[in-house]
Design a protein around this ligand. Structure first.
Ligand code: FBP
Length: 549
């Protein structure tokens, strides 16, 4: 395989370890825990994994040699930079405990466990993937592990390979499923432990004990590099408004972090739109007003960041999507037979009057995108909805109207961008390379300590790596009950942008100035080698959350 010069140099990077983990460790147990909400219900559903303590690993003088262990690993859901380092951390961790230990990777996500599709990950394979982006070492998938028949089928192969522990690397839904699996295997006394690792570029799997989901740091740096480049182009040509949609599913963490890094003229935060009960027209008016204000100063250019989940946070659109979800779920067969050219009218005829009116007002493309297939969790695939085009089209219409009324003088020409896949497989930044390796290494220590139902946790990550704190957090501690597909289910609470949190507050303080002045920041590409202030900076979100910016 031909490798780039950077790939060759980067392969030699040795992730840093905190002092406490460099030698022998001991697991120190904290007080019993409880779930964030709905304690009684969660306790009843997870009798074997509820209430267990938080674990912290500390240095130990005792050198414990353990029998060899076999471990399985699964990559679940969307790619995020650093997955390969989690796997190399697990590998190095179990080999250090006993060189005879083995690591098996299940192919293409949770489906690999159920279908008994696996491969042993040997040292030569692992070495090929150290510090690289992507999930291609074993591939990823979105099969949901939730049925007992799947758990039993998985158990067959785990027993056959003598696997004592399974590490599931995934987002909130995959870790919820990991916890259900841990409980099931514990209740059946199978002897199989299950450990989760917090992954997702979206940044929405975080709480008091999990500072960040891995991949968020690198993905935001990649997007911010390109947004900075666009801003510079924008400020050079001075003739376009750039509408940039950013991945991130429901939460606006990516858009917010990129705004803090690049200081665009505008950034919409979905959580604020919902809190202010804004309509689509309110959002359009807000953008159009900023365009008009800049035009009044002779600046017919600018940059707008839009989170991909925005549409679902506009209360009226949310209602429309909910009705569409129910309707399409119940009438999938009939809808599939409607000619494409008749689908719009068909949907309008089936919706309630209020929603039919909103649906009819949407541009053709967006209306069609709202009826596309749902993901396995029943969600609209927001990455497929071209919100950036929808908004710029509607802004253009409004500005034309204002021009007729003499309220706007200027030119409006838009360019559209969507950044998502570009950042999900980037080579992990030093932060993600270290963080991920350590999440994997810590998972191996949780396994060695006989733990199950835990998420690998690494904290204090705005300090130098030597001071990072490694341990495990009971997954039940992060759970609450939520309605899913009409039923109450235990799930990990999704972390949306907090409007009273420091990152949003900083943005809110600065945004009016950024709208009027052209105060762009150009972060440039991720640096892997060089001074620590250039190479090892965590995200602004994390620094602000920890009171360090
Ligand atoms: P995860 O929640 O699985 O980490 O997915 C992240 C994500 O990149 C979202 O930001 C995006 O909406 C989605 O995946 C796209 O899904 P797909 O990869 O299936 O197109």
């Amino acid at each position: 395989m031909t490798k780039s010069a950077l790939q060759i140099a980067r392969a030699a990077y040795q992730p840093k370890l905190p002092k406490a983990l460099r030698g022998n460790v001991k697991a120190v147990e904290g007080a019993p825990t409880q779930s964030v909400a709905d304690q009684e219900a969660i306790k009843e559903l997870f009798p074997n994994t509820y209430g267990i303590p938080v674990i912290t690993f500390e240095e130990s003088a005792e050198n414990v040699q353990l029998p060899a262990i076999n471990v399985g690993v699964i990559l679940s859901g969307g790619q995020a930079p650093g997955g390969h380092n989690v796997i190399s951390g697990i590998f190095d961790g179990i080999k250090k405990l006993n060189p005879e230990s083995k690591l098996y990777g299940f192919i293409l996500g949770p489906g690999g466990l159920v279908e008994h599709n696996y491969k042993e990950l040997t040292a030569d394979i692992i070495d090929e993937y150290r510090n690289t982006g992507g999930f291609d070492i074993i591939g990823s998938g979105r099969t949901k592990l939730e049925k007992e028949s799947q758990f039993d089928k998985g158990l067959e192969i785990l027993k056959q390979l003598n696997i004592q522990a399974l590490v599931i690397i995934g987002g909130d839904d995959s870790n919820t499923n990991a916890c259900v699996l841990a409980e099931y295997y514990a209740a059946k006394n199978t002897g199989v432990q299950v450990i989760g690792c917090p992954k997702t570029i979206d940044g929405d799997l975080k709480n008091e004990m999990i500072e960040a989901s891995f991949g968020f740091d690198t993905a935001c740096k990649v997007y911010s590099e390109v947004i900075g480049n666009i801003e510079r182009d924008c400020n050079s040509a001075r003739k376009y408004w750039h509408f940039i949609k950013l991945m991130g599913r429901s939460a606006s963490h990516i858009a917010l972090e990129c705004a803090l890094q690049t200081q665009p003229n505008l950034c919409i935060i979905s959580e604020e739109v919902e809190a202010k009960n804004m309509s689509l027209d309110d959002v359009v008016t807000y953008i159009a007003q900023a365009v008009a204000n800049r035009a009044a100063q002779g600046n017919n250019y600018g940059t707008v960041l839009i989170p991909e989940g925005l549409i679902e946070f506009i209360p009226a659109m949310k209602k429309l999507i909910a009705e569409l979800n129910d309707f399409l779920a119940a009438n999938a067969e009939e809808f599939a037979h409607i000619k494409k050219s008749h689908q719009r009218d068909y949907i309008i005829s089936k919706l309630s009057k209020e929603n039919a009116e909103i649906y009819a007002s949407l541009p053709e493309g967006v209306a069609r995108q709202l009826t596309l297939d749902r993901d396995p969790h029943g969600n609209v695939q927001v990455s497929l909805i071209e919100t950036e085009k929808l908004l710029s089209d509607m802004v253009a219409v409004k500005l034309a109207q204002w021009k007729d009324e003499g309220k706007y003088v200027g030119k409006f020409a838009a360019q559209h961008h969507f950044f998502g896949y570009e950042g999900r497989c980037a080579a992990p930044s030093n932060y993600d390379a270290d963080y991920c390796y350590l999440l994997g290494y810590t998972a191996s220590r949780l396994i060695a300590a006989g733990k199950t139902g835990y998420m690998s946790s690494v904290r204090n990550t705005t300090a130098p790596v030597g001071e990072w704190i490694a341990g495990g957090v009971p997954i039940t501690m992060m759970m609450n009950m939520e309605r899913r597909h009409g039923e109450m289910k235990p799930v990990i609470q999704k972390a949306l942008v907090k409007l009273d949190g420091a990152p949003f507050k900083r943005f809110a303080e600065m945004r009016d100035q950024w709208t009027i002045t052209t105060d762009y920041v150009y972060p440039g590409p991720i640096q892997y080698f060089g001074p620590t202030e250039v190479c090892d900076q965590p995200t602004k979100t994390l620094l602000l959350e920890q009171g360090k910016a």
